[in-house]
Design a protein around this ligand. Sequence first.
Ligand SMILES: *[C@@H]1O[C@H](CO)[C@@H](O)[C@H](O)[C@H]1NC(C)=O
Ligand SMILES: *[C@@H]1O[C@H](CO)[C@@H](O)[C@H](O)[C@H]1NC(C)=O
Ligand SMILES: *[C@@H]1O[C@H](CO)[C@@H](O)[C@H](O)[C@H]1NC(C)=O
Ligand SMILES: *[C@@H]1O[C@H](CO)[C@@H](O)[C@H](O)[C@H]1NC(C)=O
Ligand SMILES: *[C@@H]1O[C@H](CO)[C@@H](O)[C@H](O)[C@H]1NC(C)=O
Ligand SMILES: *[C@@H]1O[C@H](CO)[C@@H](O)[C@H](O)[C@H]1NC(C)=O
Ligand SMILES: *[C@@H]1O[C@H](CO)[C@@H](O)[C@H](O)[C@H]1NC(C)=O
Ligand SMILES: *[C@@H]1O[C@H](CO)[C@@H](O)[C@H](O)[C@H]1NC(C)=O
Ligand SMILES: *[C@@H]1O[C@H](CO)[C@@H](O)[C@H](O)[C@H]1NC(C)=O
Ligand SMILES: *[C@@H]1O[C@H](CO)[C@@H](O)[C@H](O)[C@H]1NC(C)=O
Ligand SMILES: *[C@@H]1O[C@H](CO)[C@@H](O)[C@H](O)[C@H]1NC(C)=O
Ligand SMILES: *[C@@H]1O[C@H](CO)[C@@H](O)[C@H](O)[C@H]1NC(C)=O
Length: 847
Amino acid sequence: MGMSSSTFVGTLVLVLLIQAKGQPGFISIDCGAEAGANYTEPSLHINLGTIASEEISTHTQQQLRSLRSFPEGKRNCYKINITRGSKYLIRTLFLYGNYDGRNMSPQFDLHLGANLWNTVTIRNASITQSNEIIHVPLLDFIQICLVNTGNGTPFITAIELRTLKNDTYVTKSGSLERYLRCNLGSNTAYRYSADVYDRLWYTCDFEEDWTPLNASIPDDSFVDNDFKPGATIMSTAVTPANGSAPLVISWEPQDETDEFYVYMHFTELQVLTGNQTRQFNITMNGKLWYENCSPQYMSVSTIYSPPGGSGKEIKFSLERTENSTLPPIINAIEIYKVKQFHQSDTFQGDVDAITSIKSVYAVTRDWEGDPCAPAAYLWDGLNCSYQGIESPRITTLNLSSSRLHGKIFPSISNLTMLEILDLSNNSLNGEIPDFLSQLQHLKIFVDQNPYLCEADQCNKKKNKKHKSIATPIIASVGGVLILLVVVAAILWTAKRRNAKALMLKKDQSAISPQYTEQNDSSLRFQKQIYSYSDIVKITNNFTTIVGKGGFGTVYLGYIEDTPVAVKMLSPSSVHGYQQFQAEVKLLMRVHHKNLTSLVGYCDEGTNKGLVYEYMANGNLQEHLSGNRSKRNFFSWEKRLRIAVDAASGLEYLQNGCKPPIFHRDVKSTNILLNEHLHAKLSDFGLSKAVLTDGGTHVSTVIAGTPGYLDPEYYLTSRLTEKSDVYSFGVVLLEIITGQPVIAKNEEKSHISEWVRSLIGKGDINAIVDSRLEGEFDSNSVWKAVEIATACVSPNPNRRPIISVVVSELKESFATELARTKHRRTDTSDSVKQVAMNLNTEYLPQAR
Ligand SMILES: *[C@@H]1O[C@H](CO)[C@@H](O)[C@H](O)[C@H]1NC(C)=O
Ligand SMILES: *[C@@H]1O[C@H](CO)[C@@H](O)[C@H](O)[C@H]1NC(C)=O
Ligand SMILES: *[C@@H]1O[C@H](CO)[C@@H](O)[C@H](O)[C@H]1NC(C)=O
Ligand SMILES: *[C@@H]1O[C@H](CO)[C@@H](O)[C@H](O)[C@H]1NC(C)=O
Ligand SMILES: *[C@@H]1O[C@H](CO)[C@@H](O)[C@H](O)[C@H]1NC(C)=O
Ligand SMILES: *[C@@H]1O[C@H](CO)[C@@H](O)[C@H](O)[C@H]1NC(C)=O
Ligand SMILES: *[C@@H]1O[C@H](CO)[C@@H](O)[C@H](O)[C@H]1NC(C)=O
Ligand SMILES: *[C@@H]1O[C@H](CO)[C@@H](O)[C@H](O)[C@H]1NC(C)=O
Ligand SMILES: *[C@@H]1O[C@H](CO)[C@@H](O)[C@H](O)[C@H]1NC(C)=O
Ligand SMILES: *[C@@H]1O[C@H](CO)[C@@H](O)[C@H](O)[C@H]1NC(C)=O
Ligand SMILES: *[C@@H]1O[C@H](CO)[C@@H](O)[C@H](O)[C@H]1NC(C)=O
Ligand SMILES: *[C@@H]1O[C@H](CO)[C@@H](O)[C@H](O)[C@H]1NC(C)=O
C-alpha cells in the first residue's frame, strides 16, 4: 500500500455539533471568542490578537467560526490551569479560511511549554487541521504557544484538553503525538459523544482492497475496555477483499528513527457458528507481534503490545491462521509517534514568582510562555541556569529602566536561585527589604532609583529623604544610647590619630602587594594555572562536595596530600565569570594570613575553577547557627579571636593595599576557619580596588548581601571604606549574640535594631549568646558591643575606621584573655596553651 505520512489525507467530517464544555475532564477554548463569550474557559490567558470571522463565520461548529491571530510578538501563549500528573489529550485546531484575505497559507511553530511541538503548515484554507498529543504535564498549568517564524502570522482556532485514564497510552518515555486515528470501514468521522474521550476518529482513505463490514451494536450490550473506543466506532470494520490474503497496514515515516506506538481495536461483528473460527496472527515488519487473535463478539479487545517500532517502513500484517475459517478483520486503529520533550519547563516556583512580579509591576515586556525555555525565547531581562534534564532556574532578573514603582516586591524572594537582581533606573522607593536575605546567592544592583542623591547639590533633599523613606534600621537611630556614642567617639578620635600615623608609615614604604614565596603554611604551593585534567585529578573526579557558593560548587581536593578547596564555576553562572576574573586578579595580587589564599586556578574553556587553601572548619555562620556542631560552639575567647582575625584581613585590604580594596561582601558565611580555627576572609568576587580621586568615596552600582549591606551605601550609591566597616559590625553582632542577622517575624528584625533595643536595659546577658552561659568577662563583651554598634551606625562618619576596630577588638580580647588565664591558672591548666603574644600575633602586617 505504501502509505506515507505525506500522502495520507485524513478527512475530518464533523457531523456532530459538540458542546464539549460542561463535560467533566474537558477544557475547550474557543480562541476567537469575544471576551466574555459564554463558553470561553475562564483559565484562558490571552494576548489580544485579531479576531476574524469572514468565510468561516458560518461554520457548523461554533468554535470554528472564528480564530485569533497574533501579528505582534514573537511568541504568544495560552496558559491553561490543569491537574499536574494527570494524562491529557491536548488538541489544537487551525482553520485558516483565508480570514485575512491574503490567500497566503501561513506557517508557524507550535510550542508546548518549553518544547517545540510541531510546525503548523496550512495546506488548504478550508480544511480544519488539528494536532493532538497525549501528554502528562508536570506543572499545574500548560502553555501552548504560537511562535512567529517569519512565514506568516500565527493564528489559532481552538484548544481542547481531555482527561484520559492514567493507565492507558503508557509509554516508556515521552508523549504520544497522533499520527493516524482511523475508524475503519466507515465513511463518517466521529468525536464526542460517540467517543467519551472526544478523540477525533477520521475516515481513512486506504488504497487497499478492503471490504467494509458493519453491524449494529446496541450501546447497552457492548463490552468496552479502558480505551473506550465506543460502540459506534467499533460497529464498522474492514476485511481483505481476497479472503485468503493478509490484511496489511503500512506506512513510511518521514524519519526512520521515529518511534511509534500502535493501538488496534477489535470487535467480532458477526455471530460465529460452531464450526466457524476467526483467528489471525499479527506481524510487524515480518516478526510475530501478536498470535492467535480472535476478536470477541460485541466486546472490545485492544492490542498495543509489544509497544514501539521504528524503521524505514512500518508494516503490520494480519494473517489468518490455518484453522481459521474466516479472514482477519480490524475495526479501528490508532498510531502515535513518540514525542520526546527534552527541555524541562522552568521550575514552577520560579514561574509563579516571575508571573506575579510581571503582574504587580505591570511589566510591559514581551514576557510570554516559559520564562527560560526554549533558550532562544528567554524572557528579556532574565537569565537562567540549565542543568541537564533539571528544570531551568532563573538566575538573573534585570528590570533596570522598566519604570517600576513602589516597593521591592516579596515575590522576588521566591526566585531562590537568583544571583543577579538589577533594579536600577526605576522609581522604586523604600528600603532593601529583609526578605531578600533569604536569597543565598544574591548580589543586588540598585542604582539611581528616585529620591537618591548622587551629588552634593541635594544634600538637603537627601536629609529629608532620610526621614521620609527611612528604613527600620535608620529609624531606630534615635534609640541609641547617646552616652555610649559620645564615649566611643572620644575613644576613636584618640585612636584614629595613632592609626593615621601608622598609615603614614606604611605609605612611605610604598606598599604594593605582590606575591612572594612565604613560609606560611597556607602558601606551600606556588600559585599556578591548572589544566582541567589536573583539577579532575586533584578532586578525584569531583567526589567530595564541601560547599555550594553563589556561582558554583566547592569540592575537596588534594595536592600532594595537602587538602585544597576547589571552587568550580557553574557554566551557566551569568556573572560568575566576571567575579571569577575579579577574584583571580585580586588574589594574585594580595596575600595576608587573614585572607584565604589562592593556590591556583583553571581557566580552560567553560571549565573555570579556583583552587584555594582548604579551610577545614567551614564558615563562621555554620558555627554560630549551631549547624555544624550542636555541642561545640565557640567560647567568647575564640569568638574574639575570630573577630580580630577577620577585622585584620579587612584592615589589610583597606590599608595594606594600594589602591585600597573594598571587599563589599563581608558576612559571616564569607569568614572561613582553618583547622586551627584561624579565621580568613574569603570570596573576593565583588571586591573592588578603588582609586579615590582624593575624595573618600566612589559611586558604584550597589552590590552586596541584604542584612549586611550598608544602608548609606544603598541610599547614595557612594561606596566608602565605611561600607565594609558596617558589614563587619553586623558580623560582630552575630558573633556576640549568636542571633540571625534578620530575625523572621519579629518587630526589630535586624540584629542591630535588636541589640540597640537591649543596650538601654544594660543587661549584657540579654544581648550575649546564651550558650556562653555567662562564661565571659563582661567588660570585654561590653567593649565588643560598643565597637559593633558603632560600626553599624547609620551615619558613616560615626563608624570607626577599620584599624581602630582592630585595636579595640584586641583590647577586648586581652581583657577576656586575662580572665581565662586567671581561671586556668586557678584550675592549674597549662597556661602555655592559651598564651598568645598579642603584639606579634595580631599586629596588622603589610607584606
Ligand atoms: C451560557 O450557555 C448556557 C448553555 O450553553 C446557557 O444555559 C446560559 O444561559 C448561557 N449564559 C449566557 C450568559 O449566555
Ligand atoms: C490558575 O492557577 C493559578 C495558581 O493556582 C491561579 O492564581 C489562577 O487564578 C488560576 N487561573 C484561573 C483562570 O483559574
Ligand atoms: C493520575 O495520576 C496522577 C498522578 O499520579 C494522579 O494525581 C491522578 O489522580 C491520577 N488520575 C487518575 C484518573 O487515576
Ligand atoms: C481544499 O479542500 C476542499 C475540501 O476538501 C477541496 O474542495 C479543495 O479542492 C481543496 N483545495 C485545495 C487547494 O486543495
Ligand atoms: C452496512 O453494510 C451494508 C452492506 O453489507 C450496507 O448496505 C450498509 O449501508 C452498511 N451500513 C453502514 C452504516 O455502513
Ligand atoms: C488471494 O490471495 C492469495 C494469497 O495471497 C493469492 O494466492 C491469490 O492469488 C489471491 N486471489 C486473487 C483473486 O487475487
Ligand atoms: C458447519 O456446520 C454446519 C452445521 O452446524 C454445517 O451445515 C456446515 O456444512 C459446516 N460447515 C463447514 C465448513 O464445515
Ligand atoms: C501463527 O502463530 C503461531 C504461533 O507462533 C504459528 O505456529 C503459526 O504458524 C502462525 N500462523 C501463521 C499463518 O503465520
Ligand atoms: C488447529 O486445529 C487442530 C484440530 O482441531 C488443533 O489440533 C490445533 O491445535 C489447532 N491449531 C491452532 C493453532 O489452534
Ligand atoms: C512564595 O513562596 C511561598 C512559599 O513557597 C508561597 O507561600 C507564596 O505564595 C509564594 N509567593 C509568590 C508570590 O509566589
Ligand atoms: C541590565 O540591563 C541593562 C540594560 O539592558 C544593562 O545596561 C545592565 O548592564 C544590566 N545589568 C546587569 C547586572 O547585567
Ligand atoms: C546568560 O548567561 C550566559 C552564560 O551564563 C551568557 O552567555 C548570556 O550572554 C547571558 N544572557 C543574557 C541575556 O544575559
